[in-house]
Write a protein that binds this ligand. Structure first.
Ligand code: ZN
Ligand code: ZN
Length: 380
């Protein structure tokens, strides 16, 4: 399906200012954010589309490339396969924007009062490659991976057995320290994250020997993900809390499962429609035929009427890909390609020669249809 124009997505003119763009995105994000619309795939799709538009239009360089070359520029910039949700840090910049928007006061994390505690683990980006058949049906996938998990010996605390994490002596557990600085205008007090505990408020005085105080170890796991029918390349499915755990007992990130679409032997996808090119012999096209054509769910009969021209498209209703939001779906479009034989057998040569003579006679005799119309048009 054709990608929507980024300005259109955010409902903005092409001369929108940076603050227009931020304002428009904020409005959409507040309305469509998945946390506010749990289970609503359409809202999530809209949110994702808006976020992608915002990501590009809020960046001077990307925006001017987009203004000049449209979506094509994105493919150039991001190295093949078009814009990918994974091309920017979902966990990083993006959530920061959100905290700014939703964080009802207090400002950034570092400036807030009190210790920050151990940091959150990383999000994992995982790719899963699907056939068109799997996309049409929906599929459950098992994904084996290695990730940071809680250290089994210290259960994630990072402290050696029999000990616990201790309150940081430098900041007294506050996670921040005050410093007096002498400036041109006199003395001023600044508050910074405690350098000893890095703002966490606690330290590991007696580290676990297994993980060296980190609280994590690499481990194998298998995630199971249910992929709904109708997804497309670049969509992702978030598995909350299935990413890597943070160090020293920090909360886990998410696993983001990105969809990759495999190329199909016969079919090409156009949004939810599936396109199939059907080679047809002269005889079949002229006389009509009932042909068995492949569809994503096996095969189905298609009636070709007599006198079918090359290029004609037949629609097989409902044989395409279901819509990801569960409302309707696409069709299979079958385009007839007239197939011309190359190495004629003796018998074929005889028959084609006879046919060619008949066609000539039909034209010479005043003809009908096309040839007759041509004559009339030129007043012959
Ligand atoms: Zn440990
Ligand atoms: Zn400290």
């Amino acid at each position: 399906m054709a990608k929507r124009d980024y300005y259109e997505v955010l409902n903005l003119g092409r001369d929108a200012s940076d603050s227009d763009i931020k304002g428009a995105y904020r409005k959409m994000a507040l309305k469509y954010h998945p946390d506010r619309n749990p289970g609503d795939a359409a809202a999530e799709e809209t949110f994702k589309e808006a976020s992608e538009a915002y990501e590009v239009l809020s960046d001077q360089e990307k925006r001017s490339a987009y203004d000049r070359f449209g979506h094509e520029s994105m493919e150039g910039n991001f190295g093949g396969g078009g814009f990918q949700w994974s091309d920017f840090s979902h966990a990083g910049d993006f959530q920061d924007i959100f905290e700014g928007f939703f964080g009802g006061g207090g400002g950034g994390r570092r400036r807030s009062r009190g210790p920050s505690g151990p940091p959150k683990g990383r999000d994992l980006k995982i790719k899963v490659s699907l056939t068109l058949e799997e996309i049409a049906e929906g599929v459950e996938k098992k994904i084996a991976l290695t990730r940071f998990q809680r250290c089994g010996t210290c259960e994630g605390t990072g402290a050696a057995s029999g000990s616990a994490r201790e309150t940081c002596g430098t900041c007294g557990g506050q996670g921040q320290v005050q410093q007096m600085a002498r400036t041109l205008f006199g003395q001023s007090m600044t508050v910074t994250a405690c350098p000893t505990c890095d703002g966490e408020g606690q330290i590991v005085a007696n580290p676990c020997t297994e993980c060296d105080g980190d609280g994590r170890e690499r481990g194998q796991t298998t995630l199971s993900v249910r992929i709904p029918a109708g997804v497309q390349e670049g969509n992702y499915i978030p598995l909350r809390g299935q990413g890597e755990v943070g160090p020293r007992g920090g909360p886990p990130g998410d696993a983001l499962v990105f969809i990759e679409e495999q190329e199909h032997e016969y079919f090409t996808r156009d949004g939810n429609h599936v396109i199939y090119q059907l080679p047809l012999g002269f005889g079949q096209a002229a006389l009509g035929a009932e042909i068995k054509v492949p569809i994503l769910a096996g095969s189905a009969a298609l009636k070709i009427p007599s006198g079918t021209q090359s290029g004609r498209v037949f629609r097989m209703s409902g044989k395409g890909i279901p819509d990801v939001n569960g409302r309707g779906g696409g069709d299979q479009l079958v385009q007839v390609i007239l197939w011309t034989p190359e190495d004629l057998s003796r018998r074929e040569r005889e028959l084609f020669t006879e046919l060619a003579q008949l066609e000539e006679e039909r034209v010479a005799a005043g003809g009908e249809g096309f040839f007759a119309k041509v004559r009339k048009a030129f007043g012959a």
